[in-house]
Design a binder for this molecule. Structure first.
Ligand code: GDP
Ligand code: MG
Length: 762
């Protein structure tokens, strides 16, 4: 099969084009650096099927970060049959800089002038035919988003893919051309292909190239000593870059006719927005307020903050659609409303199945297994789906509009002080969705230690799977403490995760993970209205992933949990009330003491083992924590409040109350689950992305230690306020030691080293 590669600057629309051509649903974001690994799909509308490869965005073919290396190596080594170079037409000159480099490779190539819809809307004009004539390559104007002119593009690409093309360069008329020709001859002698490209990279003294051809590099170094340019001295890299830009401005810029007036007003609007949104002082508070508004709209049970109790017994809303709208005497947020609608549906499914099974004379345990075990577990997780989707819809809107890129920009100022660059913000924000793509995205970070530190803290950015834990337990806290601020608690827990992440990064970057922070160069993408198609793609992806997980891992886990919680060691069936004698209960009780310092261990007595079990099942998938509660709740609640039929989220809250756990212990429980070893899949990803086995083992240890320490601190300080002073004192000592170590006043390693030697001698 023929293979075409999509190459271009970050954020020029490669993935959008890829999705349009292949019918895939890869992640598109208004943000440079979304695609960090290559993706493949098939285009079927040419004479033969064609494999399309989406590459990470690059500004040049001299790579700095691992993802940029992916693109360069693909183009050079895998020899695609054609390169489709995507050029953002609204940013013509800068995008053509990469084009002038790809041109130098001996490969068929077409230029796709993307975003033509925006160009038109802006009132600008681009003469594609004139550009084609000047640049000597096919040029096709397209809109990847509106899917216009794509067939034409593919036909041109298909045409040229069967011809061979020799590299051409815009550097032909410069003073360096002789040197380039000499290098070319030398490389040809060594049977290197793409000689022109490699010769130019050699002249630039590109790092990869110099290690590949040290002999020829020496020749360039020698020539350098005899050469001096007026502006750049003998910095060949700068001379080459400058020559490219000069050529582009002189020869290509004239194809673009800008509508000056419209551009001015557009820029001033975007500038005005940026003045507010990226303000030095107000930028971050604005971001926090926007985030809170999102949480409020998704999780609040009292949207307007005013309660209006309906007269007691006046009209019963129970079990109706209206209950979902008004809930506890206030107007519910859209998230809670949707959740309760889904709850009505799942409750009636359970009731219908229960009724059918009971009237059909099915064994009691079978009814319990299906209704209280499997369905209760599954539905307790599914019930959070509307809120998860809504939250992601809001996040996608922020991302697609271009606002998230601004947040990275404001955060860079602060991140820098902690030893991170603003680039690290992107994977972190992605972590709110799922840790796995987030960890993969750390490939955009150039410093190895920065990358390791970021991978380690990504799970602290609470992912979608942890959301049910937050909502359910926050609901439990709100009802136990008799306050109506479930959404505030959920928001607070997110913020806690972020604070712990920041503290951990500071700690790591000052001790074991030191390193330079490379300068943060990211262009701000243009603001635009969020695209409906992109938003729906994001949601669809999320929905698919969630439902697939629910009916595989979570379903199986639920069945196993039900089974072990309803059989004793001698394989006799136990009814709901006697679950404390089950296999699962005895295992749970065995490990329960581990969690005593965190507040949900031995002090909870006989029924407390559910927390220990939930914490362990969460290591497979975080949704399991709540699925476990769901499966066990029906039973425990039956034991405690035999007369009340509770279903869905209410039963979780009742279960939590029934164990007699305290509010600080519940907060500690959330914190533990949020900060501890993430799910199985994320652990596997971390292993692949971290530089060594040792670093991976330390990472696991780091997660266990952090969750345990933070959980204990929360429980201690929450239960006995004066322990705050002890906690603060310990931190003060730790920080002082680190500062002294970094200033070179003390040497902790030496201290421990002495310790070891002493022990060995004695
Ligand atoms: P990539 O980084 O090159 O893969 O770029 P993406 O495909 O992720 O797109 C970046 C942004 O540009 C997204 O917000 C897209 O919706 C937007 N975009 C891509 N192509 C077009 C287009 O033809 N017209 C318009 N108006 N927007 C586009
Ligand atoms: Mg992309």
């Amino acid at each position: 099969m023929k293979k075409f590669a999509l190459a271009g600057n970050p954020n020029c629309g490669k993935t959008t084009l890829f999705n349009s051509l292949t019918g895939s649903t890869a992640h598109v974001g208004n943000w440079p650096g979304v695609t960090v690994d290559k993706k493949e799909g098939v285009y079927k509308k040419c004479a033969e099927p064609i494999s399309i490869v989406d590459l990470p965005g690059i500004y040049s073919l001299s790579p700095y970060t691992p993802e940029e290396v992916v693109s360069r190596n693909f183009i050079l080594d895998e020899k695609p049959d054609c390169i489709i170079n995507i050029v953002d037409a609204t940013n013509l000159e800068r995008n053509l800089y990469l084009t002038t480099q790809i041109m130098e490779i001996d490969v068929p190539m077409v230029i796709a002038l993307n975003m033509m819809d925006v160009v038109e809307k802006n009132g600008d004009k681009i003469d594609a035919a004139k550009l084609e004539e000047k640049i000597g390559l096919p040029v096709v104007g397209i809109s990847a988003l509106k899917e216009s002119n794509l067939d034409n593009l593919m036909n041109r690409a298909y045409e040229v893919s069967s011809q061979s093309r020799e590299g051409a360069t815009v550097l032909a008329g410069t003073q360096l051309m002789h040197l380039i020709e000499d290098c070319k001859i030398a490389l040809k002698g060594q049977k290197v292909d793409n000689t022109l490209f490699h010769a130019i990279k050699l002249v630039e003294l590109d790092e990869i190239e110099v290690t590949m051809h040290p002999e020829s590099a020496k020749m360039v170094e020698e020539f350098k000593n005899t050469f001096s340019d007026d502006t750049f001295g003998s910095d060949f890299e700068a001379i080459v870059a400058d020559s490219r830009y000069k050529y582009i401005t002189k020869n290509y810029s004239s194809v673009l006719e800008r509508n000056k007036a419209a551009e001015k007003s557009r820029l001033s609007r975007s500038d005005k927005a940026d003045k507010v949104l990226t303000h030095k002082i107000w930028g971050i508070p604005i971001f926090l307020v926007i985030l809170f508004a999102i949480f409020h709209l998704t999780f609040s049970e009292n949207l307007l903050g005013i309660g209006f109790g309906l007269p007691e017994g006046w009209v019963s809303l129970e079990g109706t659609v209206a209950e979902g709208l008004f809930g506890e005497g206030g107007i519910n947020s859209p998230g809670v409303f949707l959740q309760s609608l889904l709850g009505l549906a799942t409750d009636s499914i359970t009731d219908a199945i229960r009724g059918a099974m009971e009237s059909g004379a099915v064994a009691e345990w079978a009814t319990g297994f299906i209704c209280d075990g499997v369905l209760a577990g599954l539905f307790s997780v599914l019930s959070f789906l509307p809120q998860i989707l809504l939250l992601f819809l809001f996040f996608s809107i922020l991302e697609d509009s271009g606002y998230m890129a601004r947040v990275a920009f404001i955060l860079d100022r602060i991140f820098r002080k902690f030893g991170l660059s603003g680039r690290a913000f992107m994977p972190m924000i992605m972590g709110f969705g799922c840790s796995i793509p987030a960890m993969i995205n750390t490939r955009t970070l150039a410093d190895r230690n920065e990358r390791t530190a970021t991978v380690r803290v990504i799970p602290f950015f609470s992912c979608g799977a942890k959301l049910p834990i937050l909502i359910a337990v926050a609901g439990g806290i709100a009802s136990m403490a008799n306050i109506g601020y479930g959404d505030l608690i959920t928001y607070g827990m997110y913020v806690l995760g972020v604070i712990v992440a920041i503290c951990s990064v500071i700690l790591m970057r000052n001790t074991t993970m030191k390193g330079d922070v490379p300068p943060f160069i990211m262009e701000l993408p243009a603001y635009h209205a969020p695209q409906f198609k992109n938003l729906m793609l994001h949601l669809w992806d999320k929905l698919k992933h969630f439902v697939k997980k629910a009916f595989t891992i979570i379903l199986v886990s639920t069945i196993i949990i039900w089974f072990f919680s309803h059989f004793a060691w001698n394989w006799t069936y136990l009814p709901d009330e006697e679950m404390n004698g089950s296999i699962l209960a005895s295992i749970g009780q065995l490990i329960q003491p581990i969690f005593t310092p965190l507040g949900f261990g031995s002090q909870l007595g006989a029924a407390g083992w559910v927390f220990a079990v939930a914490a362990i099942t969460g290591l497979i998938a975080k949704e399991n924590v709540i699925a476990t509660f769901g499966t066990l709740a029906a039973c425990i609640v039956a034991g405690f409040e035999a007369n009340e039929a509770l279903e869905g989220v209410d039963s979780l809250v009742a279960l939590i109350g029934a164990t007699g756990i305290s509010v600080p212990a519940l907060i500690s429980f959330i914190a533990f689950n949020m900060l501890t070893i993430p799910c199985f899949a994320a652990v596997a990803t971390a292993k692949a992305e971290l530089p060594s086995k040792k670093s991976f083992r330390l990472t696991i240890l780091f997660w266990v230690a952090t969750s345990y320490i933070v959980g204990t601190m929360i429980y201690l300080v929450g239960s006995w306020w004066w322990t705050l002073f002890i906690v603060l004192a310990i931190w003060a000592v730790v920080i002082t030691l680190i500062v002294l170590q970094n200033k070179g006043i003390i040497d902790i390693k030496k201290f421990f080293g002495k310790f070891k030697i002493k022990r060995r001698n004695s």
